[in-house]
Ligand binder design. Structure first.
Ligand SMILES: Cc1nc2c(=O)[nH]c(=O)nc-2n(C[C@H](O)[C@H](O)[C@H](O)CO)c1C
Length: 154
């Protein structure tokens, strides 16, 4: 049975890991290993450990960069770490970040922090079990959280 790793943070203002796990469990029967770290810069090593020490086949790295400039820098560094961890382990780590300033108010932010992990959880399931479904969706302007952008027409 495949193992999905979930790494999330205490910095985030919504329980993104719980949303992702709920969506996974609604759709497939898999083993889940979860860790929670303080912030997004702690996610790369947490994800790498889930892969190398816990045998995870894929990992979701969930976090919330804050709205300040230093938070955005932090997010960029965390992203680079996550890419490095993917290359070091040859394993997908799906980055699920919701920036605190993406929502126009707290209600919209909470909506997004619930929806994006759920929609990426479905992507993770497709990557693991039905990669051909993603091929069918190629170029269709999928977005996680808000409305899909949709395909371009000639
Ligand atoms: C400035 C800063 N901003 C964020 C952020 O926007 N989101 C987040 O999840 N964590 C932030 N952190 C904390 C770091 O990611 C990390 O937890 C600490 O530097 C300890 O390694 C820091 C230090």
């Amino acid at each position: 049975m495949p193992i999905i790793g979930i790494a999330d943070t205490t910095f985030a203002r919504y329980n993104m890991g719980r949303a992702a796990i709920d969506e996974i469990q609604k759709n497939v029967s898999v083993q889940i290993k979860r860790v929670t770290v303080p912030g997004i810069k702690d996610l790369p090593v947490a994800a790498k450990k889930l892969i190398e020490e816990e045998g995870c086949d894929i990992v979701m790295a969930l976090g919330m960069p804050g709205g300040k400039e230093k938070d955005k820098m932090c997010a960029h560094e965390a992203s680079q770490g996550l890419i490095m961890a993917q290359l070091m382990t040859n394993t997908h780590i799906i980055e699920v970040f919701v920036h605190e300033d993406e929502g126009k108010d707290e209600k919209e932010l909470a909506f997004l922090m619930d929806r994006r992990p759920r929609e990426h959880a479905l992507n993770v399931i497709k990557l693991l079990f039905k990669p051909e479904k993603l091929v069918k969706e190629a170029g269709t302007g999928q977005r996680q959280g808000f409305e899909d952008a949709g395909p371009l027409r000639m």
